[in-house]
Design a protein around this ligand. Sequence first.
Ligand code: CA
Length: 235
Amino acid sequence: MADKILVVEDEITLQETLAYNLKQQGYEVETAGDGKAAIETARRFQPDLILLDIMLPILDGIEVCRILRQEMNMPILMLTARDDEIDRVIGLEIGADDYITKPFSMRELMARVKANLRRTRLDKEGAQALPAQPDNEIIRFNNLLLDLKRREVLLDEKPLTLKPKEFDLLLYLARHRGQALSRDMILEQVWGWEYTGNTRTVDVHMSWLREKIERDPAHPVRIVTVRGAGYRFEG
Ligand code: CA
């Protein structure tokens, strides 16, 4: 069955171009031109992925993302036009999975869509089909516990809400505790070689993760920045 994609974009030419190219790739596509229509269409269409522009009439993409995120967990790829919009996507934890900056090439966008869909598929399959590994089902660092089988993270015994990619990232860090890891390496290992995004994605996810697992995210002690190198997980 074809994956379903909802394109939310108010610039009609871009909306049509996106829809056309996605259909050419075999996706089932619906479109919306404002924030209210986006939410209604998402609820009815139940897409596997949403391309979501930020500047939209009625409700902007940030609000749409926030609202939909409470109801559904398909990947949301934000289309941002300016750097300050990226900062909003990063700064406010709105639950977007990824973003792409305009102008982008169709090739780049298709690769990103594919990678995000593939990731959720792997997450779903992984959750169902991975054989139990009794030896490393639980990884614990003091008050931080990763339950691999349940894909759950507990801090002070309380479950954290992590997005699939945040969990993958934390797991990768946990398995390489004490090692300096470059952004490129992290991108390749956690996002996969097909991923065409840049290393800023890594920084964004690190900051989200710090918000969740650090006592003082401004002065991280678990995920430390290694100047000129990348990141190191201290446990
Ligand atoms: Ca727009």
